[in-house]
Design a protein around this ligand. Structure first.
Ligand code: ZN
Length: 67
């Protein structure tokens, strides 16, 4: 007997690039607070209750499960 599992990436980190100053920031995919650029304070991502909504340019996504 098999239960169907939904393959859903749980923890992911998303590397984004600020549209305003070009600084790179690593964002947790399920962050619960607004993520702002360290350099210029521009809003990079905001929480939605699930996966964050990315407002900056996505450079790369990486799974945490990388051991
Ligand atoms: Zn910036």
């Amino acid at each position: 007997m098999k239960l169907e599992e939904v393959p859903e990436p749980v923890s992911t980190y998303i590397r984004v690039k600020c549209k305003d100053c070009g600084a790179e920031t690593l964002i947790y995919s399920h962050a619960t607070t607004e993520i702002k650029c360290k350099i210029c304070g521009s809003l990079l991502a905001k929480p939605t209750g699930g996966k964050v909504k990315i407002l900056a340019e996505i450079i790369q996504t990486q799974n945490k499960d990388d051991s």
